[in-house]
Design a protein around this ligand. Structure first.
Ligand code: FAD
Length: 281
């Protein structure tokens, strides 16, 4: 059976026209991914919850004929907000969701309707049955708020049992964490597919920011690349692409269910990686 290959994009800012992303979507679609997922900010007003994300997901589906996965972070949403988003997605024929809690937004008091992603998943299943395919997030190195890896996996099992069809992992740079994680979750009976999240490094600042947010370990091999090429953007991009391709080849050789590329809307990087790994998928 072949592995999945998917991309993640973020929508243009509210003050930009949505069509600034069309060229990116068209070129990513040409690479024939299994789906393109679209991020959604957890903060902001619930009056227009998911507005921009839904517009982009609709373009992926209708203009470029690819499957779109809509991210729904619920921390600042009410049940009514979620129902409205689901109705809009359904109206656009989008039936795949990544159900998330979302990160706390400084200065925004979370709504209390959904405390964890599992609450959102149970709610969607209760309200809509099996209309939507539901993905959820998982963390091969543990979630940053969790101090107990086993507990994190126990909560993940509860989340999957609430009605998850597939998992997408947080980015990581050391495959050993992912492979160990898979072994552990299979042992506790989590049997859904898990796509491995890979972020190609193309920019030193961006990677430092991401690592700060998600707490991924940087192996020595990777740090050396940052130290050596960090100030040379062209060389860093090449080294980052090569590193990501090596990670992917190793993951696929170890029977990973799929690869989810955090492409950060970078078509060039997506093309080079897709080209390099297309015969491995
Ligand atoms: P949860 O599954 O709710 O877990 C959050 C924490 O709560 C964990 O520490 C977990 O162990 C703990 N927990 C879970 N259940 C319980 C329980 N019953 N009791 C006590 N503790 C519990 N964020 C966005 O805002 N927008 C996006 O578009 C977005 N896309 C993402 C895509 C991917 C692939 C990933 C991996 C993450 C994404 N995020 C996004 C970030 C995500 O929202 C954050 O990591 C957030 O902090 C956790 O979300 P979650 O859905 O994993 O939460």
């Amino acid at each position: 059976m072949s592995a999945n290959f998917s991309f993640e994009v973020f929508p243009p800012k509210q003050d930009m026209p949505v069509n600034v992303i069309y060229d990116t979507l068209e070129k990513l679609s040409d690479l024939n991914p299994n789906f393109i997922s679209v991020t959604c900010g957890a903060g902001g007003s619930s009056a227009n919850a998911g507005g921009r994300m839904i517009e982009v997901a609709a373009a992926i589906k209708h203009k470029y004929n690819r499957k779109a996965v809509a991210h729904i972070p619920c921390i600042n949403l009410s049940k009514d907000d979620v129902l409205k988003m689901l109705a809009e997605l359904d109206g656009q024929g989008i039936d795949e969701i990544l159900a998330l809690r979302g990160d706390r937004v400084p200065g925004v008091e979370p709504k209390k309707d959904f405390l964890h992603a599992s609450d959102l998943i149970s709610f969607i299943r209760k309200e809509t049955g099996n209309k939507f395919k539901i993905y959820a997030a998982c963390y091969p190195e543990g979630h940053t708020e969790s101090t107990d890896f086993d507990k994190d996996i126990e909560y993940l099992k509860q989340k999957v049992d609430a009605g998850v069809d597939g998992l997408i992992s947080q980015l990581f740079f050391d495959n050993r964490f992912f492979l160990y994680f898979i072994e552990k979750i299979r042992r506790v009976g989590i049997n859904v597919s898990v796509e491995a999240g890979i972020m190609p490094v193309t920019n030193k600042k961006q990677i430092e920011k991401m690592v700060n947010i998600c707490g991924a370990n940087l192996p020595v091999k990777f740090r050396k690349i940052l130290d050596k090429y960090g100030e040379n953007p062209v060389a860093l991009k090449d080294a980052g692409i090569i590193y990501a391709c090596e990670q992917i080849a190793d993951l696929l050789a170890n029977d990973a269910d799929g690869i989810h590329l955090y492409v950060m809307n970078n078509v060039y990087v997506a093309h080079r990686i897709s080209d390099a790994v297309k015969n491995l998928i």
